[in-house]
Design a protein around this ligand. Sequence first.
Ligand SMILES: *Cc1c(COP(=O)(O)O)cnc(C)c1O
Length: 362
Amino acid sequence: MVYRIYNFNPGPATLPLPVLEQVQKELLDFRGSGMSILETSHRSKEFEEIVEDAENQLLELLKVSGDYRVLFLQGGASLQFAMVPLNYLSTETSADYILTGSFATKAFEEARKIAPVNIAASTQEDNYSRIPRQEEIELNPSSVYVHLTSNNTIYGTQWKYIPDCGKIPLVADMSSDILSREVEMDRFSLVYAGAQKNLGPAGVTTVIIKKDILERANENLPAMLSYKVHAKANSLYNTPPTFAIYILRLVLQWVKEKGGLRGVESINREKSALLYRAIDESGGFYRGHAARNDRSMMNVTFRLPDDNLEKDFVEGAAKEGLVGLKGHRSVGGIRASIYNAMSLEGCKALSQFMKDYCKRKG
Ligand SMILES: *Cc1c(COP(=O)(O)O)cnc(C)c1O
């Protein structure tokens, strides 16, 4: 048996073992071609088929085949913070941003360099421990789009409803919860996600975009920043991150085998419930950061009574093969990132460790 620990890192994150095994198996000779996929031309028939199949599979999982396109880009979600406003705004138009954490704020700051954008709601005053309620969101009727971050990776909060934005197109950064639950995809005009949390390895970013919105994208942009250019070239305008796209496609297949979004959602519910129960039943020893109703199924954040215990907890867990649990510096404490590829067994092991640790030190 190969040595594998439980990896709770926030991203790049753990990948499904069957996917890694398949990558290993066909690494030297990709499907009888006598070369590695790493060495294969992005203009080859083999690779074109991979891109096409990845696009179709992703749309199928999201149940939106005909009306959307998928782009496989580089630059991470962070480049999308700039590409969205570059493609849709000008100095005369504006968009609404909902600030629910660090990445949402970064997206807003990038857009602000391009256009006079508004803050439609913010939960900064509560240290981003919650998601705003519909009635707290103040939309500007002339906004070109509304931007939200579906899961706040650092703070451990997640939207449980899709806000009503009237006729204004909704744009979402789903980097840390894409394909983790069933979603009414047709409520979103544009969704983007870096792959390194729920979709595959670092290096590729997916953009899922409604065709009518794609048509409205700005022309006259540098080619690499233009959605239209990438869409027209089927994500092969220049050399794409071929290896990352190849692995992403294997991850999509794995999600399908798990029962699609319904299947993974039910496992993700069970996984996160185990950890939140360990927090809630600790008699106050563990304190969750997120408001109960807004708790993330992907990133579970909590504090211990003091910094020394938190450090000791992280070290003790690592000794038992539970790694990557140190929280982000802006929240402190512990963060367990439990994306799709983290197994139920991994969450059971962590939950057991939490209970034992509380009994010993609480
Ligand atoms: C990780 C993350 C990002 C940053 O992604 P990069 O691919 O590193 O640019 C942006 N938004 C969210 C919600 C994230 O979790």
